[in-house]
Design a protein around this ligand. Structure first.
Ligand code: CA
Length: 725
């Protein structure tokens, strides 16, 4: 049903009379974080607020507001901006309650700002140690906070869950959710419901068992903990997952138990279902990626790449569905889960839709976990030929697993963590999607050696595949799929695209104004925020935000004016060196009709590649050694050959490169450890290793100066598989 402006105003007035709208007096906000289950359940009645991470518990990320619509959007202008204190990636979605925006940023810091003016109310810094950055696969990002009963909750990169007083910004309680000295980080937003806070963790590229835990929202006391991969056979964890681990999960793993194997980390969009009192855990890849090293080259390896449903109050297992049995392609199943009531054969079923990296749009029954349907939403999905009509299990060719055949290509990632949005007006789900020629996965030879703190996945990375292995590679299987990235409107009832438009961006917001907003994070369109007609995909508005965009916008209303709010600051990936700009602070940007604010200026181009004096030379053998070492230890943040978008510094442009002493101070002594650049010596580098690395990067800088066009292009193939969380 369309909510027009007059009707909305009437609703707001009625809610104000009930005391439900406390925001927005002329003197600024007066109520802070007053969100509870009843209010969340009725979120549709107060579209001026965005109460939970994904707007509602069904994770629609939909705003019914329609003051900004296809007709008025021509007048959409900047209202205000807030500059963050960091130049690293931004992946947060703000929450807005009663005129206050609660926003997390890099290194798990939190801002509370007046949503009408951008004036800072408080700022919370959990003092995350820079060392935690070592274990973050993809920058020190944070995707958002939870707000509940007067408190704001944030998960920190080093694994704490912290409750903050929503009015004062002071810490109320803090609890360490992960075991000390292990390979976990937290980047996802905590979720709330039924008096508990639910939090997962990341780390599936480093080793260790994924788990989710729940805490009492008031006290921080642990309610339950559920592991997602098995522990040592015969050894109980003393947690609620013990029984299912022993009976169902353990038998799907093979080979000797090791301290590092595991994965299935819930680093994205776990959600709370208030209707069925369940939580759904979407799980990540197994570790190491190469199943030969993980599980003797066989087995489904539950619960990797799965959705697991638990009783929200007790954590007791309800059901699971594994999307990619035995995954070896990093097919994290962590994309947004969106709850829908779907008509199936004339009956309405409590369902969910899920559109992860594996490229299928799955529809599951939320009560039973049974597959309703599953069809590819991009072209060129080759890892499965379809779903077994009886069981819903993907039909897979064992020859496709690279632990059985060396090497193989696999489909690229169709859709990672970038937020999706569902509009009840159009009935479409909107998401960023990608298809293209498959990435190359080449296993490293046995024996596999785990190195704690380094993302050793059991496959070659970047350009380090030995030439003799490349020579033996069979030609890629036919896959005549054109590389394409696009914004997809998907019809969950017809299970087919409604429209597609070329886009290479981040998260998505659909609104009651028949609009879909999406920012662009890559290439020459980096930083452009676009709006499209939700029904047809026609582009109707566009603005340059001066910064790359990875996450999705959200929308709210204060004093009768609708805003669109977005955290800009691109993710460190992909490491493509086109259109590289100077490093710049992330910016929170609010738009409204006829706004009078100003966007920060476009940053200048990145500084030039450093000229290294000709008398500085390194032996070719040292450079070759450093190339491989850089690929193993450094490239996951800095990019292959340090070709990157300069969110994490492009070292070829770094002032440290010109001085052996300064370089050593950083690489060996940890001078920049607070920014996540730890001392790599002696933990990972031999004596003299740092200087060899300087030689390699100096060589790369010289090559870039000699051939600027080649330097600006993506790395030559063959490269490792695409990497994004
Ligand atoms: Ca992953």
């Amino acid at each position: 049903m369309r909510i027009n402006r007059l009707r909305l105003a009437a609703t707001v007035l009625a809610l104000a009379a009930l005391g439900l709208v406390g925001a927005a007096s002329k003197s600024g906000p007066t109520r802070f974080g007053q969100v509870d289950d009843a209010r969340i359940a009725n979120a549709a009645k107060e579209p001026q607020n965005w109460l939970v991470h994904s707007a509602n518990q069904a994770a629609w990320r939909y705003s019914a507001l329609d003051q900004i619509n296809v007709d008025s959007i021509k007048d959409l202008k900047v209202a205000w901006t807030v500059e963050f204190d960091t130049d690293r990636g931004q992946e947060s979605t703000p929450i807005v309650v009663d005129g206050v925006a609660y926003v997390s940023t890099t290194w798990s810091k939190v801002y509370a700002v007046d949503a009408k003016t951008g004036r800072q109310i408080w700022f919370f810094d959990p003092k995350t140690p820079g060392e935690a950055g070592l274990l973050a696969c993809c920058d020190a990002v944070n995707r958002g906070v939870a707000v509940y009963k007067g408190k704001v909750y944030v998960g920190t990169l080093d694994g704490r869950l912290i409750a903050i007083d929503a009015r004062t910004g002071k810490q109320v309680w803090s609890t360490m959710t992960v075991p000390e000295n292990e390979t976990y980080t937290i980047t996802s937003a905590p979720r709330v419901g039924g008096g508990l806070i639910y939090i997962g963790n990341a780390g599936g590229e480093f080793g260790g068992r994924g788990f989710v835990s729940a805490y009492d929202a008031e006290t921080g006391k642990k309610a339950w903990k559920f592991f997602l991969t098995p522990g040592k056979p015969g050894v109980k964890d003393g947690e609620v997952s013990d029984e299912i681990m022993e009976k169902v999960v353990q038998p799907t793993w093979f080979g000797p138990y090791t301290d590092y194997r595991g994965g299935a980390n819930v680093w994205g969009s776990l959600i709370y279902d208030p209707d069925l009192k369940q939580v759904y855990l979407p799980t990540g890849n197994g570790f190491p990626w190469n199943r030969q090293f993980r599980s003797d080259g066989k087995g489904d390896n539950l619960f990797i790449a799965s959705i697991v449903a638990l009783d929200a109050r007790t954590g007791k297992y309800k059901w699971h569905y594994q999307e990619t049995p035995g995954d070896v392609w990093d097919f994290d199943a962590v994309a947004d889960i969106v709850m829908l009531d779907l008509p199936v054969n004339g009956k309405i079923r409590k369902a969910m839709i899920h559109t992860p990296k594996a490229g299928y749009a799955w529809e599951l029954d939320r009560v039973t976990g049974k597959v309703i349907s599953g069809v590819p939403f991009v072209d060129g999905v080759t890892w499965t030929s379809g779903l077994d009509p009886k069981t819903g299990r993907p039909i897979m060719d064992e020859a496709g697993f690279y632990d059985n055949q060396n090497p193989v290509r696999a489909p690229g990632f169709a859709h990672s963590w970038q937020p999706t949005s569902y509009s009840p007006k159009t009935g479409y789900l909107y998401l960023q999607a990608s298809q293209g020629p498959p990435g190359l996965f080449t296993p490293t030879p046995a024996p596999y050696e785990w190195l704690k703190g380094i993302d050793r996945r059991g496959i070659y990375r970047y350009n380090t595949i030995p030439p003799e292995t490349i020579a033996k590679q069979p030609p890629p299987p036919p896959n005549p799929v054109t590389r394409r990235s696009f914004l997809l409107a998907w019809d969950p009832v017809k299970q087919a695209p409604a429209w597609k438009t070329d886009a290479n961006g981040g998260g998505v917001l659909a609104t009651g104004g028949n609009l879909v907003f999406q920012g662009q994070g890559r290439g020459s369109a980096m930083g452009i925020l676009n709006a499209y007609r939700a029904d047809t995909g026609q582009k109707v508005w566009s603005v340059n935000t001066s910064n790359g965009i990875s996450t999705g916008p959200m929308s709210y209303m204060v004093d009768g004016e609708q805003y669109v709010l977005l955290a800009t600051g691109t993710a460190m990936f992909p490491p493509i060196a086109t259109d590289v700009r100077a490093r710049q602070k992330g910016v929170l940007v609010a738009f409204k009709l006829n706004g009078k604010g100003a966007m920060p200026a476009d940053p200048p181009p990145a500084p030039p590649f450093k000229v290294i004096p000709a008398d500085q030379q390194w032996p070719a053998a040292d450079i070759a050694w450093a190339h491989e070492t850089f690929a193993s230890f450094c490239a996951r943040c800095h990019g292959d050959g340090s070709r990157n978008n300069n969110v994490v510094p492009d070292l070829r442009r770094s002032a440290y490169l010109t001085s052996a002493e300064a370089w050593k101070a950083v690489v060996e002594d940890g001078a920049l450890r607070d920014r996540g650049m730890i001392a790599f010596y002696p933990r990972f580098l031999p004596p003299g290793g740092a200087e060899k690395l300087r030689g390699y990067i100096a060589d790369e800088a010289r090559k870039a100066i000699a051939a600027p066009a080649a330097a600006a292009a993506p790395p030559p193939t063959p490269v490792g598989p695409p990497t994004e969380h």
